[in-house]
Design a protein around this ligand. Structure first.
Ligand SMILES: [Zn+2]
Length: 571
């Protein structure tokens, strides 16, 4: 997924926000006060902070983000996006055939298309429908009440020049190094309605989709799903038809138009196809040899590749990469690491191609299991970042995986909660990647039984595959299948800025160590390993002081911060 090297949330204004002040308030326990007085004191009651650093939603965001009555009254069934792309004019045009089932009686539905593109007409049974545009939303009115259960098919015709916006440009008309046309899409965050009309939200997905793209003869379009046919239209254009036979996120729908060469293989029955520019063919064949091993690793942990009928594709693109469903785009220089760098700085990244491993991991978490609102996007990014470490563990062992995860820690900011406000098209912080992965690794340590942990995450994937869910769904599954109450742990890591801090007090009495968690969740409780490496003992701190006997001095007494992502404060 869109993966940014910069950390856009690290702005100076963040330093002024209440959530940034909160950890400092927590930090005062014991410091500069009499520990004896501090020890039995009531833990101050923390209020879950509002994410004050989040930008105020615009009207556009409210209409994009809300699952309002004109979205909730229908259920998407099918799209056929059928367009022509003109590289010379830099225009697109055509129609999306949209089929949905009414869930309630109604006369109006909401679709979305940027106001930078023209609506040519919207037809129902060949009759034009009336509509109103409001920023990116399109409210469509029917001349009679559509009845609950009724299946409705409309044809939404549009045209124009799609604007280039967002980190990857959303829809770009470029030339490759040899001067050939190279047109690509990557619109996550910006939204698919920047280039095609759809119900642009995360909760509802079509069950299947056809994508037809007419391009000048000689060019190839690679889209999602499996290749159906190419047809010479006799007017200098060729139409490429692709069929997606699974539910698909709007932002995953993609075009890749270029002078592509293609090769493929069948790996344990899975069709794997590769599309690159001719000049990159040899290095791509070497680099893309990592793809079958990636499939093996994720299959081992979670089960078969989710979009089996559609096959897996890796397609060269002029940006770093994106998890377009069954059509992952790749622009990582055909080198290991991320854009030529040791991504986590601890010597593990150079062992594999970050984009192949990360973007393809999204096929399981992001594309198959999808968040129902962008507020909970850590379900895509936290999990997929964790999948990177599982890939490392599968290939090179747990020690390397822990080292890799440790390399994520300096990337975490801990300034804002990971889960954002629902229903306002919210953008979440980059902590969703690294802190999300570190939280999942911490949960593995809490479960403290690898066989159980791997059965748990395999079961979780199988339970939620092809569904659109929220954090609460996942937490319920964890609680139910571990028999533990992990809700305060999830809440602390996802819904607060600060991570839990283990407070340790030494010297109250000989060989005695007092301990408790300093956390925003009052009922936060999490076991943790302390002592010395190789001789860890598990303690069960809560937010109330407890004590253990230990012969270790303050300096020798350690906490297993490799397996638990926590702060430690020794006094
Ligand atoms: Zn991603």
């Amino acid at each position: 997924m869109r993966f940014s090297v910069l950390l856009p949330c690290l702005c100076f204004s963040c330093l002024l926000c209440p959530s940034a002040i909160l950890p400092a308030q927590n930090a005062q326990t014991g410091a500069g006060t009499n520990p004896k007085a501090a020890a039995p004191a009531q833990h101050p009651r923390h209020v879950r902070p509002i994410d004050a650093a989040a930008p105020l939603p615009t009207r556009y965001d409210m209409l994009r983000g809300a699952y309002g009555p004109f979205r909730a009254n229908n259920d998407l069934l099918y799209y056929h996006l059928d367009i022509r792309v003109d590289p010379d004019q830099k225009t697109i045009g055509g129609k999306n055939t949209i089929r949905f089932r009414m869930l309630k009686d109604g006369t109006r539905i909401q679709l979305d298309l940027t106001d930078k593109l023209n609506i040519d007409k919207i037809l129902w049974h060949d009759q034009p429908l009336k509509y109103e545009r409001d920023t990116g939303a399109v409210f469509i009115d029917f001349p009679r009440t559509l009845k609950t259960g009724e299946v409705v098919t409309i044809e939404f015709y549009y045209s124009g020049h799609p604007p280039e916006v967002g980190r990857f440009g959303a829809f770009t008309f470029k030339k490759d190094a040899a001067g050939h046309t190279w047109i690509n899409t990557a619109c996550e965050g910006t939204g698919a309605s920047i280039w095609w009309p759809d119900k642009d939200q995360w909760r509802d997905e079509v069950e299947s989709m056809d994508i037809s793209v007419a391009v000048p003869n000689g060019l190839t379009d690679v889209s999602n799903g499996h290749f159906v046919a190419k047809t010479d239209l006799g007017d200098g254009y060729t139409r490429w038809d692709w069929h997606v036979s699974y539910p698909i996120n709007n932002y995953d729908v993609s075009l890749n138009i270029g002078d592509y060469v293609h090769w493929g293989e069948v790996h344990n029955g899975l069709h794997m196809d590769y599309y690159v520019l001719p000049e990159d063919l040899e290095k791509a064949k070497k680099q893309f040899a990592q793809a079958p091993g990636m499939i093996d690793a994720y299959t081992h942990f979670f089960g078969p590749y989710p979009f089996w009928r559609d096959g897996y594709k890796l397609i060269e693109a002029p940006y770093s990469g994106m998890e377009h469903q069954s059509a992952v785009t790749y622009g990582n220089l055909f080198e290991n690491g991320y854009l030529g760098r040791d991504w986590t700085g601890v010597g593990i990244s150079p062992k594999f191609d970050f984009i192949i491993i990360h973007e393809s991991g999204h096929e399981w978490f992001g594309n198959s299991i999808t968040a129902a609102d962008p507020s909970d996007m850590w379900i895509h990014e936290g999990w997929t970042t964790y999948l990177e470490s599982l890939y490392v563990e599968y290939r090179w062992g747990k020690a390397d995986a822990l080292k890799y995860l440790g390399g994520l820690k300096p990337k975490v900011i801990n300034m804002r909660p990971i889960v954002a406000e629902r229903g306002v098209n919210a953008e979440t912080t980059e902590d969703q990647y690294f802190k999300g992965a570190l939280m999942l690794n911490t949960l593995r340590s809490v479960v403290n039984n690898d066989a159980k942990w791997f059965a748990l995450i395999h079961g979780l994937y199988q339970h939620f595959k092809y569904q659109n869910i929220m954090t609460g769904d996942m937490v319920s599954y964890f609680n139910q299948h571990t028999g533990m109450n992990l809700t305060p742990i999830f809440d602390q890591y996802l819904r607060h800025a600060a991570i839990p801090r283990l407070e340790l007090l030494f010297g109250e009495a000989p060989n005695m160590v007092m301990y408790k968690w300093d956390a925003d969740e009052d009922d936060f409780a999490m076991p943790v390993k302390v002592g010395t490496p190789g001789h860890w003992q598990t303690i069960h701190p809560t937010t109330k002081w407890q004590q253990i006997q230990s012969p270790l001095s303050k300096d020798d007494f350690q906490v297993d911060t490799d397996e638990y992502y926590i702060d430690v404060n020794k006094q």
